[in-house]
Design a protein around this ligand. Sequence first.
Ligand SMILES: [Zn+2]
Ligand SMILES: [Zn+2]
Length: 157
Amino acid sequence: MYIDLLPVFDNEGERVDIDYSFRQDDENFATPVSVSGAIENRTGIVRIGATAKFDYTTQCARCGKPLLRHATVPVKHILVSHLDGDEDSDEFIVVEDRKLDVDGLVSEDVYLAIPYKMLCKPDCKGLCPVCGADWNEGPCACQPVADPRWDALKDLL
Ligand SMILES: [Zn+2]
Ligand SMILES: [Zn+2]
């Protein structure tokens, strides 16, 4: 969705409510991303304050079990039509032609918020690297495998 921000940039007190959803072109998203909030000009400063909600699928980084997670991601930025030199551009979003690509802005925040590695539970024991048994269901018959990182540490000591 694109929002024409010209009336918001030009008029103090102007507010545009956002309440819509869009499909993320990514099979890991189990639902559309629903966005609700507003863009508002307060004392000449234009801000977006919204929340994006969606469900997504991922895998446990240790045992590979499929996971379905619900996420709520805040989308908060100051919107400017141009940068005045010394402003920090990470905090400010420059809106080209005063048309805001809301899907694009929300998607950036959404991807930054999704953790790279997820666990099915904090103490997931993972899979045996030898036989593939799920150690959450009990120990297997394999011998414990020496961790090469531990050997490197012993050499240091
Ligand atoms: Zn797991
Ligand atoms: Zn095993």
